[in-house]
Design a protein around this ligand. Sequence first.
Ligand code: ADP
Length: 526
Amino acid sequence: MPRTLRGVAVIILLLVLFPLLIFTVYEINGLSAGESFVAGVYRGQLDVVLFSLNQFAWNVVNTWASTAENGWKPSGNRGTFSPGFTEKFLGKNPAIDAVFVADSAGAEIFSFTERPDAEIRWLGGPGSWLAGERPLIDKLLALSRQNYRKIEPCMIADSSGRKGVVVLLFVLRGLEGVPALAGIRLREERFVQDVLAERMREAAAGEFILSVVNTSTGESVYASEEGAAAEPEQRRQLWLFPDLAAGIRLKGETVQQVAQSRVRRDLVILLVLDAFLLTGVWVVFRSVRREMEFVRLKSDFVSNVSHELRTPLALIRMYAETLEMGRLTEDGKKQDYYATIVKETERLTHLVNNLLNFSRMDAGRRPYALAAVDLNAAVKGVLESFSPHLRSEGFFPEVTLDPSIPAVRADLEAVQEAIINILDNAVKYSGAQKYLRVATGARPEGPYVEIEDRGRGIPTEYHKRVFETFFRVPAGRNPGVNGSGLGLSIARHIMEAHGGRIDLQSTPGEGSTFTLVFRNEHNTGH
Ligand code: ADP
């Protein structure tokens, strides 16, 4: 690798690949942390749902307490519910199975209504129960004196000792001087089913499964979805009912699975991005390498062309000077000198033409005068004008022309130029093997011209590149032959401009066959 290219590689390595590697390793290392973080976030969300459920339950009982307060009509240091209030209150809220108001000492009951089908009955009224809740009542009274109304749920045992009933106790204000105590007795299962169930269905929104279980018996009280036996992901006690807990889980997957699949997806995205980046880096690196190679070829080209120009010029000058001095007397010798001068001039013309054509072609400005061209006649023309050169180099080409091939629509001069470039190479790169075969024929896609030599051949890895502008097979494998690297690139340009192509078959040491394949006229669209 040349030094500058190595520099580019090091810069890419330091700027892109190294940070990329560190970032990727860091991300992969942090995967499990990321997973528990995501899981934590999900759990937090589940918690919020449970919290709002608890909040909702509180709002409901708060509203009930206010309704009771509004329905209470104090008079003097006693009072009564407005007529029909308790019936309506119990009728509207099936979870409530008793309401009472008593003086704060619990000695006198002002009002007591109990549903006849209540699960537990206070036959003698709530008096004896109240007596057992003295400390709680004192606390509520103290808070009430500070103008703070608190609702305190207290669990009571039913006759079978099974818990499941809650009394919400709060202080009623408005009585002159003496505060009164109010109580709302609730059946927790009915509360869950009548009040919370709808809310839970809403909150589940098809995404979660919400459930309520009795923590002391382990029985399920409610689930937002039938047959949802799976353990909830998060579980929180209900503030109102200390023996009930609400649970929540994701539908279908566990939070762990969701977190895992999210993190996996992130990882896949990361790896895909890595792959893109690496491909990008590779593309950039390759184009830099090509560009640098091209720059090198170009500078080789300048020195090659200078060399190509200098050799014939030196020869012409030498022979012309000798002739000018008039020292040559032998006519045969003179003739030889003139022939050499003509030959070298032709070489120069050929080179300069190639240069001119190349620059026009490169700028896309080479005009082609298309007409019906008989390839056999074109080949014959080239061979005629080229034969003195061929003969002087020791070549006597084997020519087989297929008279039945169709004419092609082409620029005769350009086609001949392509053939000359290839013939010229065959002569240049044949060494001692003076074999040359020129043939025409037809393939299904169109007629062709084939030129075969048995020279040094071209290594397979260069079969594509020899058609690139300025490219020459490296000097080590191409010793002693001058060239500009333009000949084949021009020939390819010409063939492509005609809708055709050049095929190359070559084995190093055995020779090369170049085939100019044209397109059938009816395919060319002209
Ligand atoms: P150049 O001016 O170097 O001949 P070309 O574009 O005509 O440039 O050819 C490119 C390279 O392909 C040559 O430098 C040579 O290495 C190789 N090449 C072309 N024709 C032949 C051939 N007939 N036999 C062996 N090598 C060839």
